[in-house]
Design a protein around this ligand. Structure first.
Ligand code: SF4
Length: 440
């Protein structure tokens, strides 16, 4: 069963903003709806000075054919004003040629506007181009490829290994298009790199550090999984990522908050990461339900296992400290076919059980809004996004539990609250309320 049967998207948005806008903010609700459905553009934006999609790790596009990836679209947009009086809301751009959300150039004002089924939603601004993105590292690679910034310039995204070994075993996560994104990008741009070198990363970071328009506050070091039994050029996953961390922290310690995304590791391995300079540990759990975890994340199940993954997340708190272990969930895949829940509340309740468990242990799980890329396994099965009702209920639940355990705003995610949040791939940061923030 595909629950995505929304018929009148505008009526849905109106309904949820009227009922939950006061608790979550209209910005958070609109943002989730745009993220889940993606955006179409009337025409390829031209002549604009904006930061274009760098395809930094996944495609984060529903549509990925040549007519999309050979064009220049902004990495993010911000939406303001409109009938809901939106405060600046930063949203990752996910191209979906049939999305009901359309960005068009208004010929009268020569400004971009966002429409939902033809209804004006707000004024659109594109992510600003930073001077460093156009520069080259010592080896001639572009900074946009090696160390792009996202979240309106807040986060430097260092995806140093853009080929996950789970794909080689046909055990990739069913929502993931990392390796097909690499293949597609390589066709469109011969300089797109799968494996980055420490030298290029340091060179790109040096350029960013010395750029006057840099506003970066954090970096994420990440990439596909390296399976310990297989290794990559003789390196285990920890050997591989620690080399980057050590080099970065040796040269730039204290300049940016460090976040590392790798598999769930033993405490011995985590201590290596920590002593190399990792501050926040992300080991993504993706989906809580046991059956779904095994079906949707077969590599994680096979090479580590769900119980061990959970235990290692909890144990990681003693290495990194309370609130510094932040596993991600891909919100919405609980409703995907063929294995997912048939009912929205069942899906939310399942994920809420996982959120509650982790939050009770000093872990702050967060989520990204699922983009059903057509090049992923779930996309190939014809899946489309989970309904807006699911995202509204999940936002309510996440904040209820966060409040219940009296947790802080997670570090490394920029500002919190509507009109301030930079985090662009879900609205959990936008939905923090001013009153709550004052009490944290
Ligand atoms: S671990 Fe899963 S989500 Fe991460 S890159 Fe590999 S297949 Fe994709």
């Amino acid at each position: 069963m595909n629950i995505n049967k929304d018929k009148d998207y505008m009526a849905d948005v109106d309904y949820f903003i009227e009922r939950f806008g006061a608790s979550l903010s209209p910005e958070a609700i609109i943002k989730e709806d745009i993220l889940r459905q993606g955006i179409s553009f009337g025409d390829e934006p031209t002549g604009e000075n904006f930061s274009s999609k760098s395809y930094f790790i996944f495609s984060f596009n529903v549509d990925n054919d040549g007519s999309v990836i050979n064009k220049k679209y902004p990495e993010e947009i911000s939406v303001k004003n409109g009938p809901y009086n939106l405060r600046r809301t930063i949203i990752s751009v996910r191209i979906n040629k049939t999305s009901p959300y359309k960005v068009k150039l208004d010929p009268a004002s020569n400004e971009y506007k966002l429409y939902l089924e033809g209804n004006f939603i707000g004024d659109v601004f594109f992510s600003p181009e930073k001077s460093y993105m156009l520069k080259k590292t010592g080896s001639g690679k572009s900074v946009r490829d090696v160390a792009p910034t996202i979240e309106w310039g807040y986060l430097i995204y260092l995806a140093v290994f853009r080929m996950c070994q789970y794909f080689e075993n046909h055990t990739e996560c069913a929502f993931c298009d990392m390796n097909s994104n690499y293949v597609n990008q390589k066709k469109a741009n011969k300089n797109y790199s799968a494996v980055k070198s420490v030298g290029d990363i340091i060179s790109a970071l040096s350029i960013i550090e010395s750029s006057e328009d840099s506003e970066a506050k954090a970096y994420t070091l990440t990439g596909g999984s390296i399976i310990d039994e297989i290794k990559f050029k003789g390196d285990t996953e920890i050997d591989f990522y620690v080399r980057f961390l050590e080099a970065i922290e040796e040269k730039f310690r204290g300049k940016w908050l460090s976040k590392v995304v790798v598999q769930a590791h033993t405490q011995k391995n985590l201590k290596r990461l920590k002593s190399a300079g990792a501050y926040i540990y992300h080991t993504n759990f993706e989906v809580w339900d046991k059956n779904l975890f095994e079906k949707i994340c077969p590599g994680k199940s096979k090479f580590i296992g769900r119980d061990k993954w959970i235990k290692r997340i909890v144990d990681a708190v003693s290495v990194f400290g309370e609130y510094k272990v932040i596993p991600n969930f891909v919100a919405g895949i609980e409703l995907s076919e063929p294995y997912g829940f048939m009912d929205i509340d069942d899906a939310v309740n399942s994920t809420a059980e996982g959120l509650d468990f982790f939050m009770s242990k000093g872990v702050i799980p967060r989520y990204t809004t699922w983009c059903p890329e057509k090049t992923s396994k779930l996309g190939k099965l014809g899946n489309s996004s989970a309904p807006l009702e699911y995202y509204v209920k999940l936002l309510l639940k996440w904040h209820e539990l966060h409040y219940k355990y009296n947790l802080p705003v997670p570090e490394g995610y920029g500002s919190a609250g509507a009109g301030k949040a930079e985090f662009s791939v879900s609205a959990f940061m936008d939905a923090f309320k001013v009153e709550t923030l004052q009490n944290l």
